[in-house]
Write a protein that binds this ligand. Structure first.
Ligand code: P6P
Length: 334
């Protein structure tokens, strides 16, 4: 790609759509709305310290987590835009216990799953946070949507991505033909292609995990973390421990530099913390498209058959060789 070429996200999506002459542009419309949501949330995140939207909303969400005001605002932005779009029949959100049915969109072709603002515990301390989305096609357009349409395996995703509100705001996504990253140019309010065809290194020297839970991890994970800390100059060990407490920030750094993010099951929470539909599956789609791997410890994340909307699964995601290594150690120490 000519480095002097400015390619906006809108242009990129339009070019991609032109490769499929028979498509009607509905998915492109959804991407337009996701992009607008990103810009609106970015605006609010960037001024959160200036107006009274910091702190807790005073309610808890279906996860039992205290809702930050920006969580609620972000969720509302996505829902309002999807309602206006009519392209999605419904939205599954981390912030809502029940499905959000988009009014008048009973014939909509797509289903959206979102984590409207992940890493919200970092909002008040100005660390990077983000929004995650996953898009499926309904299985049978000739009958009303039911749970079967919503609880699809990750391999059925037609698109997935995230927006990271960090030192720069980036829109990173895949539709199954590689991963591309777009950085928001505030001066023109356009996402511009900055990271074309992202590929993650097969091996890295960063491991991301909350070691506060170490004693509760499976034996194989404990041994792998100990391996990461061992001395071996040729293998660049000890690896660097990097854990921000914001999945998107840790994932994005590891995607570009190589590394592994782990949220294992523990004795108290055997299924870990992260949700399958709108955290693990979209990130798994992205990492596999970039050449990496995503595994639950028992199986490939995108092969898991979801049973409930807010289902949690353990997750080991990032550089393929590192994921293989920890899964191998888990299997040896069952
Ligand atoms: P812990 C944020 O709530 C989140 O879902 C991820 O973004 C993050 O990686 C993880 O939880 C942090 O969880 O238990 O380590 O604080």
């Amino acid at each position: 790609m000519n480095q002097n070429t400015l390619i906006t996200l809108n242009q990129f999506i339009s070019d991609q759509q032109n490769k499929f002459p028979f498509v009607k542009g509905t998915l492109s419309k959804i991407f337009g709305d996701l992009q607008l949501a990103a810009k609106m949330i970015n605006r609010d995140v960037r001024k959160a310290g200036l107006i009274d939207i910091l702190g807790n909303f005073g309610e808890t969400n279906v996860q039992g987590e205290e809702q930050k005001k920006l969580d609620v605002i972000s969720n509302d932005v996505f829902m309002r835009l999807m309602d206006l779009s009519g392209a999605c029949v419904c939205v599954v959100s981390e912030e809502d216990e029940h499905i959000h049915w988009c009014p008048g969109a009973e014939d909509g072709k797509y289903i959206l799953a979102i984590d409207p603002l992940d890493g919200s515990s970092n909002i008040d301390v100005n660390a990077s946070i983000g929004s995650i989305f996953s898009i499926y096609k309904r299985l049978s357009p000739d009958k009303p949507v039911d749970h079967e349409d919503i609880l699809q395996k990750g391999v059925n995703q037609v698109a997935a991505g995230y927006i990271i509100y960090g030192t720069a705001t980036m829109f990173v996504y895949t539709t199954g033909s590689g991963v591309n990253g777009f950085t928001l140019d505030d001066s023109i309010q356009e996402f511009c292609l900055s990271h074309a065809d992202i590929k993650t290194p097969s091996m890295g020297s960063i491991f991301s995990v909350n070691e506060g839970n170490l004693k509760e991890f499976p034996e194989g994970v404990i041994k792998y973390i100990d391996y990461c800390k061992g001395e071996n100059k040729d293998e660049k060990r000890p690896y660097s421990a990097r854990y921000i407490g914001s999945l998107i920030a840790d994932f994005h750094r590891n995607l570009l530099k190589g590394g592994i993010y782990m949220y294992p099951g523990t004795t108290k929470a055997p299924n870990g913390k992260l949700r399958l539909l709108y955290e693990c599956n979209p990130m798994a789609f992205l990492v596999e498209q970039a050449g990496g791997k995503a595994h639950s410890g028992s199986q490939r994340i995108m092969e898991i058959q979801p049973e409930t909307f807010h289902q949690r699964v353990p997750v080991f995601i990032g550089s393929g060789d590192m994921v293989d290594h920890v899964i191998g150690m888990m299997n040896e120490n069952k």
